[in-house]
Design a protein around this ligand. Structure first.
Ligand code: ADP
Ligand code: MG
Length: 449
C-alpha cells in the first residue's frame, strides 16, 4: 500500500467509528505527507487539528494504521500550508444534508436510545427471525408476552440494534412509558457511585420507575456481586409489576461464569433466543439496506464480493461497505473488483473462506485417529469425548457458531453440552500445555488445507 492508499484505508475505518461531524472537523484536509520506515508523518491544516489528533485520536490512528501496515510504529503530526492531495468535499449543501441526517440520530437523553436502530432497517433472515418475532411481540404488549426477554449471540450480529429497536418502537407506541437503555457496565458504575454517595435507595427507586428496562451486554456483570444483588432486587420489583425487562448477552445465561444462580434462573424464566450468522442472501439484503441509508451506489458485483467474503459479523460487513463507499468518494469513481480485493484484503483472509463445520470435524477426527462418525455418535468413551469437545470448541471459536448450532451439528445434542465442552477446553488450554499444542496443530491443518 502506498501512502495515499494507506491514508484512504485509514479514513474509511475512522469514518466508521466516529460521528460524521467529528470526521469532517478533524480529518478534513489531512494526508500522510511522509512515510519512512517505521515512521509516518501526517500533515494537518492547522495547530488546532494537530493538537486534537495528537491528544485524542493518536492511539486510535496508530492502532488502525498498524492493522493495515504492521511496520508502522510511530506517528507524527505536522501543520502544513500546502493543499492536501486528498480532498474531502464537505463544503456543499450535500454535506449539510448529511449532517442533518445524522443529527436525527442523536442518542435520546432521557431513554439513552439511538433512533437509528429501528425495526424498519433491521433485516430478518433465518438467523435472527425468532429473536425478531419475539421482539415484535414484546412491543405489542410490553411486560406481558415474554418477560424477561433474553437475547444472545456473537459480536456484531445485531443484538444492540434489535433491543434498541424494541425501545424505540415502544416509545413510539406508548410515548408516556418511561424507558431506559443502558449497558451493564453503565449499570455497574451507577451502582458503585451510588454506594459511594450513599444514594443507593434513590438509584433503586429511579430504576424501579421504568416501564421498560433494557440492559445490553449483561455478561459484564459477571463476578460483580454487589451489582448483581442490586440488579436482582430491581429485576424482581419490575417483574412483579409486569414491567418489561430486555437483556442482551454474548452467551446464554448459564454460560456466564460467576453469575448468581438466582439471576440465571430469573433469566431462564422468560424468553431466550439467539442470533446466529446470516446466510449470503441476508448479507446481501443487509448491504442493500445500508447502501440506501447511506445514499450511496456500489456495483452489484462489488456487493456480491463483500457479502460472499465477510460472513461472521454484520458490523464488519458494514465496515467493508463503508470502506468501499469512501474509496469511491475520494477517487470519484466506481470501484472495480480488483481494487475491492486490495482494499478489503485485511478483512478477507482467504484461508478462512473455505472452513466449515464438516471440515473441522473431519480434521479433528483425523488428528485423533477416529472416524468422523465417532464424534457425532453418542459414545461416552474417553477417547471420543475429549476430541468431540475439541471439535465443539473449534466450531465455537473458529466459526463463531451459536451453542444450539454446535449442538445440532453433533447429532442433535443440547446446547448445554456445547457450552460445557467449550468451557472445558478453554480451561484445559490454560492449564495443560499438551492440549494447547494439540489445538495449535489442529488449527494449522484446518487453515492449511
Ligand atoms: P451486537 O450488539 O450484536 O454486537 P450490533 O447490534 O451493534 O451488534 O450490530 C452491528 C451493526 O450491524 C450495526 O450497525 C447494526 O445496525 C447492523 N446490523 C446488525 N444486524 C442487522 C440486521 N439484521 N439488519 C440490518 N443491520 C444490522
Ligand atoms: Mg452490542
Amino acid at each position: 500500500m502506498n501512502k495515499e492508499e494507506l491514508w484512504q484505508a485509514l479514513l474509511a475505518q475512522i469514518q466508521f467509528n466516529i460521528s460524521p461531524a467529528n470526521f469532517a472537523t478533524w480529518f478534513k484536509n489531512t494526508k500522510i505527507s511522509k512515510k519512512k520506515g517505521k515512521e509516518i508523518v501526517i500533515s494537518v491544516p492547522n495547530n488546532f487539528s494537530k493538537e486534537w489528533l495528537e491528544n485524542k485520536y493518536n492511539k486510535f490512528i496508530l492502532k488502525t494504521i498498524k492493522s493495515l501496515d504492521k511496520d508502522v510504529k510511530l506517528i507524527k503530526y505536522e501543520v502544513s500550508k500546502s493543499a492536501p492531495s486528498i480532498k474531502i468535499n464537505h463544503s456543499n449543501d450535500k454535506k449539510e444534508k448529511d449532517q442533518l441526517k445524522f443529527e436525527k440520530f442523536k442518542t435520546n437523553k432521557e431513554t439513552n436510545l439511538n433512533p437509528r436502530y429501528t425495526f424498519e432497517n433491521f433485516v430478518v433472515g433465518s438467523f435472527n427471525e425468532l429473536s425478531h418475532a419475539a421482539a415484535q411481540s414484546i412491543c405489542k404488549k410490553p411486560g406481558f408476552n415474554y418477560n424477561p426477554f433474553f437475547i444472545y449471540g456473537g459480536v456484531g450480529l445485531g443484538k444492540t440494534h434489535l433491543i434498541q429497536a424494541i425501545g424505540n418502537e415502544i416509545k413510539n407506541r406508548y410515548p408516556r412509558k418511561k424507558i431506559k437503555y443502558l449497558s451493564s457496565e453503565k449499570f455497574t458504575s451507577d451502582v458503585v457511585n451510588s454506594i459511594k454517595n450513599k444514594s443507593i435507595s434513590k438509584l433503586k427507586s429511579e430504576y424501579k420507575s421504568y416501564s421498560l428496562l433494557i440492559i445490553d451486554d449483561i455478561q459484564f456483570i459477571a463476578g460483580k456481586e454487589k451489582t448483581q444483588e442490586e440488579f436482582f432486587h430491581i429485576f424482581n420489583a419490575l417483574y412483579a409489576e409486569n414491567k418489561q425487562i430486555v437483556i442482551s448477552s454474548d452467551r446464554p445465561p448459564n454460560a456466564i461464569s460467576s453469575l448468581e444462580e438466582r439471576l440465571i434462573s430469573r433469566f431462564e424464566g422468560g424468553m431466550i433466543t439467539d442470533i446466529s450468522i446470516p446466510d449470503i442472501e441476508t448479507r446481501l439484503a443487509i448491504l442493500r439496506v445500508k447502501l440506501q441509508e447511506k445514499r450511496a451506489d456500489v456495483g452489484p458485483n462489488i456487493l456480491e464480493y463483500i457479502a460472499s467474503n465477510i460472513k461472521n459479523n454484520i458490523r464488519e460487513l458494514e465496515g467493508a461497505l463503508n470502506q468501499v463507499i469512501i474509496y469511491q468518494k475520494l477517487n470519484n469513481c466506481f470501484i472495480d473488483e480488483e481494487k475491492v480485493k486490495i482494499l478489503l484484503k485485511k478483512m478477507v483472509s482467504p484461508p478462512y473462506k473455505k472452513i466449515n463445520s464438516k471440515k473441522i470435524i473431519k480434521i479433528v477426527s483425523d488428528f485423533y485417529g477416529l472416524k468422523e462418525g465417532d464424534l457425532l455418535c453418542s459414545s461416552r468413551k474417553k477417547e471420543v469425548v475429549g476430541p468431540r469437545q475439541m471439535a465443539m470448541y473449534l466450531l465455537r471459536k473458529e466459526l463463531k457458531g451459536s451453542f444450539p448450532f454446535i449442538g445440532r451439528k453433533f447429532g442433535g445434542r443440547d446446547h448445554t453440552t456445547a457450552i460445557y465442552a467449550v468451557n472445558k477446553i478453554s480451561k484445559q488450554i490454560e492449564e495443560r500445555e499438551d492440549i494447547k499444542e494439540e489445538l495449535e496443530s489442529i488449527k494449522k491443518s484446518i487453515y492449511k488445507t
